[in-house]
Write a protein that binds this ligand. Structure first.
Ligand SMILES: [Zn+2]
Length: 134
């Protein structure tokens, strides 16, 4: 049902082609997903089967969490971006102060806790690490 994962599958594919045009060694397969390395310290993002990760996330356990978003895309299909993608982005970018003030984990939000349980990623207890995650 990959073709029904619209438009995140198309966006992911285009980004995958752009970032792998010159360097074919910059990605690896994880299950049925492609993990592409994009240098820097910006976090990670999942667009259907295409996952993009920075220097920190590329070969880390966090890929399990990102793959959880891939599984959400498979379940929600066309609803993925409005139900998960957009709320996740807003939670990531605009609620950092709220999380720090209230000692809320980044993974307490439904988009993130669901991705963790689907992907089999376990957050370390009392870890309120803040960064750029999607
Ligand atoms: Zn996430």
């Amino acid at each position: 049902m990959f073709y029904l994962e619209f438009p995140q599958n198309i966006l992911g594919y285009i980004a995958f082609r752009i970032y792998n045009k010159n360097n074919e060694q910059s990605y690896y397969k994880y299950k049925d997903a492609c993990i592409t390395h994009i240098p820097g310290r910006w976090g990670a993002i999942s667009l259907s089967r295409f996952i993009f990760a920075d220097d920190v996330y590329f070969k880390s356990e966090m890929i399990k969490h990102e793959y959880g978003h891939t599984l959400q895309s498979k379940k929600l299909l066309i609803l993925y971006l409005p139900v998960i993608g957009l709320p996740s982005l807003i939670w990531n970018r605009l609620f950092k102060g709220y999380r720090l003030r209230n000692k809320k984990s980044y993974y307490s939000f439904y988009t993130e806790s669901w991705a963790n349980s689907l992907g089999g990623f376990e957050e370390k207890v009392n870890q309120y690490k803040e960064g750029s995650k999607n």
